[in-house]
Structure formats: structure tokens, C-alpha cells
Design a protein. Structure first.
Length: 439
């Protein structure tokens, strides 16, 4: 028998690795890289195509504050110049400063007065119309459309129109300043630009006091051809306006939009007292009517005033009156950012040093009237009270009062301290007022 310990031998195989084919590896690498590049290109194209559609779904809403620079009363050599200082019936040749010739002698220029001819007046008028035509790029027609049913149960549409002014542009919308009464309780708001392009608009906010409103028109819906033909208006400084200055009325001063009327400022001292605000009103010698609205522009093409149907303070007059734009800028800024205008409901006037001494009244804001059912009346403020402080901040003028009021929001409570007259003289009285919004 064979020995179990005897070693058995079988055929042994050794498998060797297949030699590396560098050419095929290179080909596969190139193919893989090509597929990766192709995939990247296709992905990029798909992403670019879908981005405009999908971006609004994931876009984060960011508040973009619309700021309007405020004005100050300038004190320079030109602000006091009026038409009375200039003889408008004559013109003179340019006066040049004396120059010295090669011998050091002064050269004297002889000037003489020349009567203005009709051609001179026409050239002046043409220049004013050129300014008006340029600013008309900022003017729009605002239409408020109402839908209803007549007595025969037939549906109908009624519309009202007013001019509007392009006052700003954010990344999302074009801002239009207009009057609330033309868009009040309407079913649709439409804005027509100077090239007759019409777009839908939405109300952002309005001020129940002055009646002005700000609309928003989505920028992405406005054609590029329209954007190239319109401009944002420049809101100028009306604090330095003087009597006799030449001005241009744009909008619809006589009821027809894109009109251009020229004239002069006849008065800058008129005031209008509204609830919680006082405004300066400019009068002109420009013909107007109660249905007119629009803007007043200076010779630099800057808007210096608004004439509104809702705040026509001199309805008996047939000449245009405009509210100072500088005194409306803080209101316009709040409305442009979708914020309400705080409301307390007093009609007041500043007690100056002269008034205080003559009538023995404490300095502050004299309440001439409290509006019915206003927060002021509900809190106990009365006609004849003199506001001395708001939230412990001293009040010496209507400007002080207005600045504090505009920092409030609806529902904010403020402590108002007044001097109230009694048999023993004026005594301090305090009350808490909850700020509201005038509708």
C-alpha cells in the first residue's frame, strides 16, 4: 500500500497579469473627459434656460429702501434775485471783465441796452418748451378702471384719468406719483407712458391728508423700447423759490395730459394748514381749472411743486397753485417704500417769539382744531392747547412736531404734553395718544 505520507504532485499553474494596454487606457480617459465636458455644457445650457423661470421661486425678497434727499434753505447770492431785479423788457450784450493788452492797458467793452424783439421772446419761449418736452418723458397717464352693472343689468367699464410722475426705480418696479382720487375703489390701474405703451400698476400707499399716492409698475414687464424713452424726474429744491421766477406747468393743468404751459411765480408766501401738516403753496399766473393736476417745473427742468385736484386751496381762482415739493419729500419717501403716513389729527401753527410776547401764549404748537374722531380728539386734546413736548422732546414749531410724527407707526403710543389755559393761566396737561392712519 502506498504510503499516506507520500506527497502527491499535481500540475501547478501560475496566472500572470495581462499586460497593460496604454493606448486603450488613454482612449478611455479621453472619452471620459469628453463625456464630462459634454455633460457640463448641457447642464450649463439647461441651467441658463431654466434660470429665468425658476429664479422667482427661490428669489429671496429683499427690502430696497427708496431714499429721497431732503432740501435745506440755501443762502447765496442768487436765491434773493427776483424778476423785479431784472428788466425783462430789455436785454444787454455780454459784459466781460476788463482785460489788459500787451502794453498793460485795460480794454474797455461798450455795452448798450437793446429792446427785446418778438424773435427774442419766441426764442425764450422755444427754450422753455424744450425743457417741458424733455421733462414730459417723466410724465405718464394714470387710468383707474371701474367695473359695474347698470340699471339694465348690463356690465360696463368707467374710467378716470390723471397725470402721474415717474419718481424712482428699484430693481423690481418703477415708482409713479399720482393722485389717489383717480384710483380710489377701482378694479384696475393702468399707466400709459409717453410712447403710448400701457402697463398694469398696483397701489403701494397713499396719503389720506394730501391725497397723493405712489404706484408700482413691474420693471420686468416694461419693454426695453419704453425704458429707453422715459426718464426719472428730478425733484428740485423749492425752499429757495422766489417771486417772479419763470416756471413751466406740465401734466394736465387744463385737463389734457402732456400740456406745456409757461408763466411766472406770483407769490410764495401762501400757507395751507392740513391735519398734522402745514405746507407752502405757490401761486402763478398760469391758467388752470379744478380738474387740472400735474407738476410745476423750474428752468433747470426740476420739479418744484405739485398741483392737485384734491388739495386745490383756492377753488375760486382760475390760476394754478402748487404745493412745495420740498415739503412733500418726506411723505413721498414713506409712500414709495410702502409705509403709512402716521396720523394724530390736529391743525396747528407755530407760536413764534413775537406771537408769544404779544398774546402771552407759551411757545410751541397752537392747536387750532382737532379733527372729529381723530386720535387727538379721543385722547382729550382740545382747541387752544399749546403742544410743548412729545415723548419728552421739546416742541417749538410745527416742523419739530412733524419730524417726530413721521417716526411713528400705526398703533404707537406717544405722550403729548400741552399747556392748557385755565382761570389761573396756562397749566401743564399730559395725555397718551395712539397714532393712526388717515383714510
Amino acid at each position: 500500500m502506498p504510503d499516506k505520507r507520500e506527497e502527491k504532485h499535481f500540475i501547478k499553474e501560475k496566472i500572470k497579469d495581462k499586460p497593460l494596454n496604454k493606448k486603450k487606457v488613454l482612449q478611455k480617459g479621453i472619452a471620459t473627459a469628453g463625456y464630462a465636458v459634454l455633460f457640463g455644457v448641457i447642464s450649463c445650457l439647461v441651467f441658463c434656460a431654466l434660470k429665468p423661470v425658476m429664479e422667482p421661486w427661490f428669489e429671496r425678497e429683499e427690502d430696497q429702501w427708496v431714499g429721497i434727499p431732503k432740501d435745506t434753505l440755501a443762502d447765496d447770492d442768487h436765491t434773493g434775485e427776483t424778476a423785479a431785479d431784472i428788466d425783462q423788457n430789455t436785454v444787454t450784450d455780454d459784459v466781460q471783465a476788463p482785460e489788459k493788452n500787451e502794453k498793460g492797458q485795460k480794454t474797455v467793452y461798450v455795452t448798450e441796452k437793446k429792446d427785446m424783439t418778438l424773435d427774442d421772446y419766441q426764442k425764450l419761449q422755444n427754450q422753455l418748451y424744450q425743457i417741458g418736452s424733455h421733462v414730459n418723458k417723466s410724465i405718464v397717464t394714470v387710468t383707474g378702471v371701474k367695473e359695474g352693472v347698470d340699471i339694465f343689468d348690463s356690465p360696463y367699464e368707467a374710467s378716470g384719468q390723471a397725470s402721474g410722475l415717474i419718481i424712482g426705480k428699484s430693481t423690481k418696479e418703477l415708482l409713479i406719483l399720482t393722485e389717489n382720487q383717480v384710483i380710489k375703489d377701482v378694479n384696475a390701474i393702468r399707466v400709459t407712458f409717453i410712447n403710448d405703451d400701457t402697463q398694469d400698476a398696483k397701489l403701494k400707499k397713499y396719503d389720506g391728508n394730501t391725497g397723493i399716492a405712489v404706484l408700482g409698475v413691474p420693471v420686468q414687464k416694461i419693454p426695453k423700447s419704453t425704458m429707453s424713452q422715459i426718464e426719472t424726474a428730478v425733484l428740485g429744491n423749492s425752499l429757495n423759490l422766489r417771486q417772479g421766477k419763470m416756471v413751466i406747468a406740465l401734466g394736465s393743468p387744463l385737463g389734457t395730459n402732456y400740456s406745456i404751459l409757461t408763466g411766472n411765480i406770483t407769490s410764495v408766501t401762501n400757507k395751507i394748514t392740513t391735519e398734522d401738516r402745514n405746507y407752502t403753496v405757490f401761486t402763478t399766473n398760469i391758467v388752470s381749472n379744478t380738474k387740472g393736476n400735474g407738476v410745476l417745473v423750474n428752468t433747470d427742468g426740476e420739479v418744484i411743486g405739485l398741483f392737485l385736484q384734491s388739495s386745490n386751496i383756492q377753488k375760486e381762482q382760475n390760476t394754478l397753485t402748487a404745493v412745495s415739493i420740498s415739503e412733500l419729500k418726506d411723505i413721498i419717501e414713506l409712500l414709495s417704500n410702502g409705509l403709512n403716513i402716521p396720523y394724530i389729527g390736529i391743525k396747528g401753527s407755530t407760536v413764534t417769539d413775537a406771537i408769544s410776547q404779544e398774546y402771552d401764549i407759551p411757545k410751541g404748537v397752537y392747536i387750532k382744531e382737532t379733527a372729529a374722531d381723530s386720535p387727538a380728539m379721543i385722547s382729550g386734546l382740545q382747541t387752544g392747547d399749546v403742544i410743548a413736548a412729545v415723548n419728552k422732546k421739546e416742541i417749538l414749531s410745527m416742523k419739530d412736531y412733524q419730524q417726530i410724527l413721521l417716526t411713528l407707526k400705526k398703533g404707537d403710543e406717544v405722550k403729548i404734553t400741552v399747556n392748557r389755559q385755565s382761570a389761573e393761566g396756562y397749566k401743564k396737561f399730559s395725555c397718551t395718544v395712539e397714532a393712526g392712519v388717515l383714510r
